[in-house]
Design a protein around this ligand. Structure first.
Ligand code: BG6
Length: 475
C-alpha cells in the first residue's frame, strides 16, 4: 500500500450539541450540554458540580444557538460537498428523539429532522457516520434517575438506539455508540451526565456508570446488527499515547497505567471482557461493580466492528514530583510538557508522529479497522481586511498529521477514513468558546453569541478540497 486506499472515507466531524442550536425547538428536550455555561463557569459543571437543572437567566449557554446548523444544514452540507466530502460524522441528539429520555413514544419532529439531514447528505453522495451519544444526556434522566449511575439508563438507551436504527436503517450504515467513552472519567457530567453530592465516592460512581455505558454500547451493537445487516458499529476513544518522561521503569509503568485507564473501555468493547488489570484496579481501590447475570455474555457476544478514535495530542508522564510540576495547560488528561514539541494556543501538544504511533498501537492491540474520527487544530482565526482567513497554521497542522496517517497505512494499519474535527467553526466542547476554531469554513460568531452566523471559506477550504480530490496524493 503506497498511499490511501481506494474508497477512503474523507470528511469532517461535528456533534449535535456543538452545531445545531434550536435547543428547545420542535419538541426537543433540554440536554446536559444546554446547562454548560462558558469559560471559567463551565469547568466545575463539567466535573459534576451542577447548581440548577434549568438554564439561569444570568448565564450565556453557547449550545442554545450554537452555529444554527438546525436551520442552515443545507447550506453547510453544500459547502462540505464542494470540498468533496465522502462522509460527514454527526451525532443525533437523544433529547430530540426522546425529549425526556423516558417518553413512551419518540418525537416525530426530531426524527424527521435527521431524516431531512440524511436525505440532504445523500443528495450530495455523502455517507453519514452517526454517533448515538456525543456528550449529551436528556436532563430529565439526570434529574429523575441520576443519569448513567442508574441501570435504568441501559434500557432507555437501548430503546433510543433501536428507534433510530429502525428509522434510518436504509440511510445510515456507519455508527458509533459513545463519543470518547473514556472522557467519562475526566469530565463525568460531559461524558455521562453525572452530578455528585457532597461526600459521594466519585470513583465508584464513575466506574458503575462506565459499566452501564459499556453494556448499553454492547446492546446497541446487538440491536444495530439485527436491524441493519450491513451496519458497521464502532466504539470511540479519546486517544493519544502516553510517553514516559524518562527510561526509569517507574515512568514506563506509569505511562502504561495511564494508557490503560483509557484502553480499559476499548478492551471491553472490542475484546468483550474486563481485562485483568482493571479487575485488579477495582479490587485495590475498593470499587465494587453491580453487574447483572447476563452482562458478561452481552459484552462477549457484541463486540464492535471497528475502533473510532480522536487524536489531538500525545501525553507525557513522570513519577518524579519535580518533573510533574511542568504541566501543559488546557488538556483535560493532564500532561507534562514535552520538551521536543510545540503546543497550540490552548496548550495542547502538537505531535503528528504521535498519530502514527497511536494508530499502530491501537491496531496492534485490537486488529480491527480503525477510523480517525477527530483530529484538528483549535486556533484563533482573524479575518484580514478583505474578510479572508489565511490559516496556513491549520494547513500545516493537518498536512503533518495526514502524512503520518499515510505512514501508518504503509505500516499495514487498516484505516477506513478520516474526519477532521469541526470542518466548520463550532462551539468548543471544553471551553464553550467560538474563538477556538477548527474549521475550513469561518462562522461569524463570537464567544458571547454576537455575529451574523455568515459562513466564509478559509484558505484551508481549497487545500482540503485538493487533498480529497487527489485521495491524499497532494497534501
Ligand atoms: C473531543 C470531542 O474531545 O474534542 C469534541 O469529541 C471536541 O466534542 C473536540 O469539540 C475538541 O475539543 P475542544 O474543546 O477544542 O472543542
Amino acid at each position: 500500500m503506497s498511499g490511501f486506499p481506494k474508497g477512503f472515507l474523507w470528511g469532517g466531524a461535528i456533534a449535535a450539541n456543538q452545531t445545531e442550536g434550536a435547543y428547545l425547538e420542535d419538541g426537543k428536550g433540554l440536554t446536559t450540554v444546554d446547562l454548560l455555561p462558558t469559560r471559567d463557569k463551565r469547568f466545575p459543571v463539567m466535573l459534576g458540580k451542577l447548581s440548577s437543572y434549568e438554564p439561569l437567566e444570568s448565564e450565556f449557554y453557547p449550545s442554545h444557538e450554537a452555529i444554527d446548523f438546525y436551520h442552515r444544514y443545507k447550506e453547510d452540507i453544500a459547502l462540505f460537498a464542494e470540498m468533496g466530502f465522502k462522509t460527514l460524522r454527526l451525532s443525533i441528539s437523544w433529547a430530540r428523539i426522546f425529549p425526556n429520555g423516558d417518553d413512551a413514544e419518540p418525537n416525530e419532529a426530531g426524527l424527521q429532522f435527521y431524516d431531512d439531514v440524511f436525505d440532504e447528505l445523500k443528495k450530495h453522495n455523502i455517507e453519514p457516520l452517526v454517533t448515538l451519544a456525543h456528550f449529551d444526556v436528556p436532563v430529565n434522566l439526570v434529574k429523575e434517575y441520576g443519569s448513567w449511575r442508574n441501570r435504568k439508563l441501559v434500557d432507555l438507551f437501548e430503546t433510543y438506539a433501536r428507534t433510530v436504527f429502525t428509522r434510518y436503517k436504509d440511510k445510515v450504515k456507519y455508527w458509533l455508540t459513545f463519543n470518547e467513552i473514556n472522557m467519562l472519567l475526566h469530565l463525568p457530567f460531559v461524558g455521562a451526565g453525572l452530578v455528585f453530592g457532597e461526600g459521594e465516592n466519585e470513583q465508584q460512581i464513575k466506574y458503575q456508570a462506565a459499566h452501564h455505558q459499556l453494556v448499553a454500547s454492547a446492546l446497541a451493537v446487538k440491536a444495530g446488527h439485527e436491524i441493519i445487516p450491513d451496519a458497521m458499529i464502532g466504539c470511540m476513544l479519546a486517544a493519544g499515547m502516553t510517553y514516559p518522561y524518562s527510561s526509569n521503569p517507574d515512568d514506563v509503568m506509569d505511562a502504561m497505567d495511564k494508557d490503560r485507564e483509557s484502553f480499559f473501555f476499548i478492551d471491553v468493547q472490542s475484546r468483550g471482557e474486563y481485562p485483568g488489570y482493571a479487575k485488579r484496579f477495582f479490587q485495590e481501590n475498593g470499587i465494587e461493580l453491580e453487574m447483572e447475570e447476563n452482562d458478561a455474555n452481552i459484552l462477549k457476544e457484541n463486540t464492535v466492528d471497528y475502533i473510532g478514535f480522536s487524536y489531538y495530542s500525545s501525553r507525557v508522564t513522570s513519577t518524579d514530583p519535580k518533573v510533574q510540576e511542568n504541566q501543559t495547560s488546557g488538556n483535560v488528561f493532564g500532561s507534562i510538557k514535552n520538551p521536543y514539541l510545540e503546543t497550540s494556543e490552548w496548550g495542547w501538544t502538537i505531535d503528528p508522529k504521535g498519530l502514527r504511533i497511536t494508530a499502530n498501537q491501537l491496531y496492534d492491540r485490537y486488529q480491527k479497522p480503525l477510523f480517525v474520527v477527530e483530529n484538528g487544530l483549535g486556533a484563533v482565526d482573524v479575518p484580514n481586511e478583505n474578510g479572508e482567513v489565511i490559516d496556513d497554521y491549520r494547513i500545516q497542522y493537518l498536512q503533518a498529521h495526514l502524512k503520518e496517517m499515510k505512514e501508518a497505512i504503509q505500516d499495514g494499519v487498516d484505516i477506513l477514513g478520516y474526519t477532521s474535527w469541526g470542518p466548520i467553526d463550532i462551539v468548543s466542547a471544553s471551553t464553550g468558546e467560538m474563538k477556538k476554531r477548527y474549521g475550513y469554513i469561518y462562522v461569524d460568531r463570537d464567544n458571547d453569541g454576537n455575529g451574523t452566523l455568515k459562513r466564509t471559506k478559509k484558505k484551508s477550504f481549497d487545500w482540503y478540497k485538493q487533498v480529497i480530490k487527489t485521495n491524499g496524493e497532494e497534501l
